[in-house]
Design a protein around this ligand. Structure first.
Ligand SMILES: *Cc1c(COP(=O)(O)O)cnc(C)c1O
Length: 259
């Protein structure tokens, strides 16, 4: 499959501004999810499409909600927190999908329903303490680095099991499974290898320590590679540009080390 299949014929993701635009883009992504699932002999009802609204202003998010998006992913806590406030009149569940510093755990505990980038015990402990105080719980995915030196995000695979063992001491964190960002490459074989690594880690954990892996889901795949991710077993695909339109700046800009 070609990497450009997710793009329209201009090689760009078109910007959705009206609810109708969103309906069209979402229908197209769902169609591709269904066919990728069919190719892999999977049931597409076990695959969640998580629209990622980072950098998108609230006016356009309102249109996306009108088109049926009631759970949104954001990679920066501040931006997500601000939007949750601006859009408090709407029914939206917020998923924080980007790196978190423990001093921002308090904010996440206030408004998010899901956190997909858990990779340090310090953050888990900080979240648990705040959630406990607020009487809330949080769905979490543990982020694993499946591209070795190419990424600074996520925990090394060899540390996963001991991390999962420690996580069980935090009752407010509902483990959903594992999350990864694949290597940034137009080469789908290299991307696929990252997804396969995540699935293998999940399968191994389910084999040896089934009680540690929670729901055992896999969050992997973005606009450029979600079909590959589905072929490799994704249960959640995080799709921004193919729904909202192209972002102005390269991804590295939105993934600051200290986000
Ligand atoms: C931005 C982002 C995505 C979505 O990327 P798109 O190219 O817009 O589909 C997925 N996951 C994470 C962690 C992100 O920050």
């Amino acid at each position: 499959m070609d990497v450009n299949e997710g793009l329209n014929h201009n090689g760009q993701y078109s910007t959705a501004t009206t609810a109708e635009d969103f309906r069209i883009n979402i229908a197209e992504v769902n169609r591709r999810i269904d066919s990728a699932a069919a190719r892999a002999g999977r049931d597409s009802t076990e695959i969640e499409l998580l629209p990622v609204s980072k950098t998108v202003p609230q006016e356009r998010i309102r249109e996306a909600v009108a088109a049926g998006c009631h759970k949104l992913g954001e990679n920066k806590v501040q931006e997500a927190f601000r939007k949750s406030d601006e859009l408090a009149d709407l029914d939206i569940n917020w998923a924080v999908i980007g790196h978190l510093q423990s001093n921002k755990a308090r904010d996440v505990a206030k408004f998010a329903s899901e956190f997909q980038a858990l990779d340090r015990l310090k953050v888990a402990a900080a979240l648990d303490r705040r959630l406990e105080a607020a009487g809330r719980s949080l769905d979490v995915y543990v982020q694993v680095n499946t591209s070795a030196e190419e990424s600074k995000f996520g925990m090394p695979p060899e540390e996963l099991l001991s991390f999962l063992r420690e996580l069980s001491q935090f009752p407010t964190l509902n483990l959903q499974g594992l999350m990864t960002l694949a290597v940034f490459s137009p080469d789908h074989d290299r991307v696929r290898t990252c997804f396969q690594r995540l699935r293998t880690l999940r399968d191994q954990a389910q084999e040896t320590d089934p009680e540690l892996i929670g729901a055992g889901k896999l969050s992997m795949g973005m606009s450029g590679d979600y079909e590959v991710a589905i072929e490799e077993g994704a249960n959640c695909v995080r799709v921004g540009q193919a729904i909202f339109g192209k972002r102005a700046l390269p991804d590295s800009h939105y993934w600051p080390e200290n986000g």
